[in-house]
Design a protein. Structure first.
Length: 271
């Protein structure tokens, strides 16, 4: 979407295969016209990690998208702050850690240029336009207003978080759905099939909460829920206990072949 107005976009990753896959995926999205360009598409420039300084010096906005580990995010954000021109905006795509938590205790030279910018991701492979925007409390107001304008111009649907929050708007709501689903399961009130079936029937969504958690990965769901429990009062223990039990059994969801459902080859219907 950042290439829709014809501007070039750098993709930097330490894994060359990921860069190839990302480029193919972007071509597919463009061909499907899920997000049509407004004129000609900007160039996608794939760069290995050693070319990071060049990508940073050419860009007005840097968005880190490394895996959801606070230590890794801090390391990358520090690196970006060290490399970037003072006018460059530095953003995190993290949907569970706020930018305030990420920059806490870092020795950044420009504390007022950081912003949380998680792009929501669909569960059925479709592009979503929703993007949340949250400052750190120190973020310059003009950066917030510029990003609202730029995201809208690039075809996103921006949602500015009104005040610093423990989690983004959508993630807080989704966390509550996951938590109550896990509690319902832990109490033996309903099975995953029943919960997903009633959820899809009422809300007309393609996946129910158990199916969605299996896609995200139950270890990741546990990390996110643990993070909420660490920073907020009153988060019940039972949902995390159920997740810990499943993770200890190797049930991580789709990626491990089983979670709430069985994804192994042997479970697939034969022709
Ligand atoms: N807003 C949302 O709805 C939403 C949804 C899912 C994920 N996310 C966020 O996106 C981010 C990435 O998640 P993902 O699922 O795409 O992860 P992923 O593991 O699929 O991709 C992360 C990429 O980072 C690369 N990487 C790891 N360490 C690196 C380093 N030190 N330098 C350069 N590249 C490095 C990996 O090679 C990989 O290509 C996370 O912060 C996550 O919270 C947001």
């Amino acid at each position: 979407m950042w290439s829709r107005l014809g501007r070039p976009v750098y993709l930097v990753d330490r894994d060359d295969q990921q860069l190839l896959r990302a480029k193919e995926y972007i071509e597919k999205l463009r061909a499907e016209s899920q997000v049509p360009s407004l004129g000609r598409w900007g160039q996608i420039i794939t760069s290995p990690s050693q070319d990071l300084p060049k990508a940073v010096s050419d860009s007005w906005l840097l968005v880190e998208c490394v895996p959801e580990s606070l230590a890794l995010k801090r390391k990358v954000i520090q690196q970006l702050d060290d490399l970037a021109h003072p006018d460059t905006i530095v953003a995190s795509n993290s949907s569970s850690y706020t930018i305030t938590e990420i920059i806490q205790d870092l020795r950044v030279k420009q504390p007022d240029r950081f912003i949380g910018l998680p792009k929501l991701r669909g569960t059925n492979g479709k592009m979503l336009k929703a993007i949340e925007i949250m400052g750190s409390g120190q973020t310059k107001p003009e950066i917030l207003s510029r990003l609202v304008e730029e995201t809208r111009n690039h075809g996103f649907k921006p949602f500015q978080v009104h005040r610093t929050s423990t989690g983004y708007i959508y993630n807080r709501i989704w966390a509550a759905i996951k938590r109550e689903t896990l509690l319902t399961l832990a109490e033996g009130v309903a099975s995953p099939e029943e919960i997903d079936s009633i959820f899809k029937d009422v809300l007309k969504t393609p996946k129910g909460p158990c199916e969605q958690m299996d896609v995200v990965g139950l270890d990741v769901v546990l990390d996110i829920e643990q993070h909420y429990a660490d920073v907020r009062q009153g988060i019940p223990e039972e949902p995390r206990a159920l997740l810990r039990k499943m993770v200890a059994q190797g049930k991580l969801g789709v990626k491990s072949g089983s979670g709430f459902y069985d994804y192994s080859e042997s479970s697939k219907p034969r022709d």
